[in-house]
Design a protein around this ligand. Structure first.
Ligand code: CTP
Length: 476
């Protein structure tokens, strides 16, 4: 192990210089020119048989699917293995049915055959030699060619070359993700464990495979914390010092804003973002975010409360999914004023719709709170008019921030009831009342909607009658 790097004292400038190839000593872990068939047979004959666990633990349809993948691979002379998070979670008792399958050989050639036989839709990524198959029941297989990756420079996307399973596994992030299960018929269920992954799962340890892991791919700084908090594991001491050294070497700056945004979205979509953010604060003071974003008690409380409110939303309104991660992002960026927030969100490369959703909170949030304090709970359409300019994610964040001021009921009523009320009539019905299409149409429909929210109209007939009255008032 590279103790110098662990202490942060190592000169890695040659590694960090743009364009330099990263080379590292894998302590003889790789088998670059090995006799793959020999290694294959030797490893699998002596490997632990995991087929009983597969049968016992997996839902029948997934077990049968994996068997079928093995058969199809046999017919095409390809060796296939389940790897990554699926195997890790299977062993640690979690559930993860996103199948990460590694093929020894070219996945790009095998993928269309597999997709045809499994009746799956197929997306190929030739540059990375990977493919995604989408099957019925929301099942998904990520198929990758066993590969070795080269990084043109630190933080870049990898260049890919075909290789053996062992080479593929030793390029991975943490030992707990290096387990693989053979799917071919002869060795079905054999568990390949080159790097002591089972032991680290048992000891609940997150360990990198080599000292330059975080330098090579700084997104692993996020992944380490996400996995640690999700699985209830601990980042091992040496790995923690490597992580901190990578932060001190400003490795976050090597990532594009887009990759930071992807990681941010993933971490805010974890079951408990409050815990992940707190841990990141301990490890590196959230240095990947805006310099004005500081972790404090208020942010902590917002994050915890956001989790409760999102749980309420999921339980009460499962038919209306929202982007919960944006509620957490509002909690984290609450200190940023309108302009700074706008620049920050746009700089992250978020989608326009996501920026709009977030900015509605900055633009109308304060005003909405002031107005709500002047209305009564018995005036639904007034509440509706005040909260309508805000996205639902923004309303949920306001419920987090101002929930204690007796306003929570307003937000809940709006989200559960008023925002969901729809008219039965449309513009076509208004046309039939002999009004020429124009801007007045919107006003009429809005007026009737308010009446409906206040309970003054119920049926389509009531709506039409009110539209008729409105139009005759216009004409007089
Ligand atoms: N991987 C890696 N370095 C990364 C991202 C991924 O080494 N920066 C490897 C990991 O070994 C991982 C595998 O690629 O197991 C598949 O990636 P992904 O599907 O993102 O990870 P999972 O481990 O399945 O994680 P999650 O449970 O969060 O989906």
């Amino acid at each position: 192990m590279d103790k110098a790097l662990a202490s942060g004292a190592c000169d890695v400038s040659s590694i960090l210089a743009g364009g330099a190839n990263i080379k590292y000593d894998l302590n003889d872990m790789s088998t670059p020119d090995s006799n793959i068939d020999g290694v294959f047979a030797k490893n699998l004959f002596s490997a632990k048989d995991f087929s009983g666990e597969l049968k016992k633990t997996l839902p029948g349809k997934i077990y049968r699917l994996l068997r079928k993948v093995g058969h199809i691979a046999d017919d095409n002379n390809v060796r296939v293995y389940l790897a990554g998070g699926f195997v890790r979670d299977l062993i640690s008792g979690g559930r993860n049915f996103d199948m990460d399958i590694v093929a020894e050989g070219d996945a790009i050639t095998f993928a269309p055959v597999l997709a045809r036989q499994l009746k799956a839709t197929l997306q190929l990524y030739p540059r990375f030699k990977t493919a995604t198959l989408k099957l019925q029941d929301d099942l998904r297989i990520d198929l990758a060619s066993a590969r070795t990756e080269y990084y043109a420079h630190a933080g870049a996307l990898p260049e890919v070359r075909l290789s053996s399973l062992r080479d593929d596994l030793c390029r991975r992030d943490f030992t707990i993700n290096t387990l693989a299960v053979s799917l071919n018929k002869k060795f079905f269920g054999k568990l390949v464990d080159f790097f002591n992954g089972q032991k680290d799962i048992k000891d609940k340890k997150i360990k990198v495979l080599h000292d330059l892991s975080f330098i090579e791919d700084p997104t692993r700084i996020f992944r380490a914390v996400r996995l640690e908090q999700r699985l209830g594991f601990r980042i091992d001491k040496h790995t923690k010092s490597l992580l901190k050294a990578a932060v001190d070497l400003k490795m976050f700056d090597r990532l594009s804003k887009g990759r930071i945004a992807d990681e941010l979205k993933l971490l805010l979509s974890e079951p408990s973002p409050a815990k992940v953010i707190r841990r990141m604060e301990q490890l590196h003071k959230l240095k990947f975010l805006h310099s004005r974003i500081k972790y404090n008690r208020r942010m902590k409380n917002y994050l915890v409360s956001a989790q409760k409110i999102l749980h309420w939303h999921k339980t009460n309104l499962p038919q209306y999914p929202i982007q919960g991660w944006l509620v957490y992002l509002l909690a984290i960026t609450d200190e940023l004023k309108f302009r700074a927030a706008g620049e920050f969100y746009a700089g992250l490369g978020l989608k326009r719709s996501e920026c709009r959703c977030l900015m509605s909170c900055k633009r109308y949030g304060k005003e909405a709170i002031a107005s709500l304090q002047k209305v009564k709970l018995s005036c639904p359409s007034k509440i509706y008019k005040i909260l309508k300019p805000l996205s639902e994610e923004a309303v949920l964040f306001l419920a987090v921030k101002y929930g204690e001021r007796n306003l929570r009921e307003f937000f809940m009523k709006f989200l559960k009831k008023y925002a969901k009320i729809k008219l039965r009539i449309t513009g076509d019905d208004i046309k039939k009342l002999n009004l020429r299409p124009g801007p007045e149409f919107r006003n009429i429909l809005e007026y009737i909607l308010w009446a409906k929210i206040d309970g003054q109209v119920k049926s389509k007939k009531d709506e039409l009658a009110l539209a008729g009255k409105y139009i005759s008032r216009l004409r007089n």
